[in-house]
Ligand binder design. Structure first.
Ligand code: AMP
Length: 361
């Protein structure tokens, strides 16, 4: 069975690495021969929005999936008419626009921050007056890892934020004074089987995920997150992995965004769960039985951003697993990650401190 993956980033690479033991083969579509996936699979070179390249990929494989979200939905619908394309194009489309995404959450009774579309300077004035300050102004499309957003604290910030972002459609959101950020990763197969992983607690800085701890045990939040997840999975007749990121405030979940794909906050599942998010994504889109999503112990995942720590230093830490994506170092670039799995939360936290020290060296 040949799987086509649009995007040869680290997510695609880890999908392929999880799929080889199942006897699967992989072809990636990406512009760069240096992309992480290029080292582990065959490449079709081309842009994600180039219809001819997308068709070339589709012609070579039995089923198409993706590791990036900025694939034009119209181009993808063409492919979906001829080849299985999963997760469904509608879910991809909904995740590409923050306003549409939050409107969908609202329709499905999934709580969100208050939000408003902003297409003009006066819309921004109105939104800030109605929703209040502080707030976050974000581009509706193509924002990731904190790019394309501005936190507004005073009225004076409106001018600066508008100057920086005002050339494209925007969304203004109320600022959520959260106690923590968590995410749920769920998976639904083409046969309708659904499973979800335990929540992960995520630490971001400058909009980029730094580390995750999982399982984050909180029975009430887990139930809430699974309920919201199932609403989205059913809505799209979904197949594959779906992630929702939440803020926690006052013991309640507030959804920030969804990703119709495997997710950075689920990398811990490679060694920390009985079946990884990558393997379960493949099982799901192929209609195979899903694997158990149970955690094996207490896991932490730390991203390597901008520079890679020394392998020798990291491997000294008990229970550590090192993942390099084979990328050239560059500021703010995710180059790899490490996962720790320990028998207790206390041992995991001790090892995480050691790992953070090794990354500072
Ligand atoms: P996003 O690009 O929407 O995932 O945002 C990146 C990060 O910025 C989030 O993980 C939060 O840490 C922060 N952030 C985004 N939106 C809000 C908000 N409405 N209130 C508070 N923090 C936010």
């Amino acid at each position: 069975m040949n799987i086509g993956i649009i995007g040869a980033g680290q997510l695609g690479r880890m999908l392929a690495l999880a799929g080889y033991p199942l006897g699967l083969r992989f072809v990636f579509l990406d512009q760069s021969e240096e992309a992480p996936g290029a080292q582990v699979g065959r490449m079709v070179r081309g842009a994600f929005d180039d219809a001819a390249s997308l068709h070339k990929l589709a012609a070579e494989v039995d089923i198409v999936t993706f590791d990036v979200e900025n694939v034009p939905v119209d181009a993808v619908r063409d492919i979906a008419a001829t080849k299985p394309f999963l997760p469904p194009p509608d879910a991809l489309g909904a995740s590409q626009d923050r306003y549409d995404e939050k409107s969908l959450f609202r329709k499905l009774r999934i709580p969100t921050a208050p939000f408003a579309a902003v297409d003009s300077r006066s819309d921004l004035e109105g939104a800030a007056a109605r929703i209040g300050l502080p707030g976050v102004l974000k581009t509706r499309r193509l924002g990731y890892d904190g790019r394309g957003q501005y936190v507004l604290r005073t009225h004076h910030d409106l001018d600066i934020a508008w100057e920086q972002l005002g050339s494209v459609p925007l969304i203004y959101e109320g600022f959520i004074d959260f106690s923590r950020e968590v995410s749920i990763i769920g998976v639904r197969s083409t046969r309708g089987e659904i499973r979800s992983y335990p929540l992960a607690a995520n630490s971001h800085s400058a909009g980029i995920l730094r580390h995750s701890i999982a399982p984050y045990r909180n029975a009430k939040l887990q139930r809430q997150a699974e309920t919201y997840l199932r609403r989205l999975l059913r809505r799209f007749d979904y197949a594959g992995v779906l992630t929702i990121e939440f803020f926690v405030r006052g013991g309640q979940l507030i959804a920030n965004e969804m990703a119709p794909r495997v997710h950075n906050s689920g990398h811990w599942t490679i060694e920390g769960a009985l079946t990884s998010q990558f393997e379960n994504h493949l099982r799901a889109i192929l209609g195979l039985p899903l694997g158990s999503t149970e955690a094996i112990g207490h896991a932490a995942m730390l991203n390597f951003i901008g520079t890679m720590p020394r392998l020798q230093e990291v491997l000294k830490i008990p229970g550590v697993h090192y993942h390099s994506y084979g990328k050239e170092p560059r500021a703010n670039r995710k180059l790899g990650h490490a996962t720790l799995v320990a028998a207790s939360a206390a041992a995991r936290d001790r090892a995480l401190k050691q790992l953070l020290r090794a990354c500072r060296r």
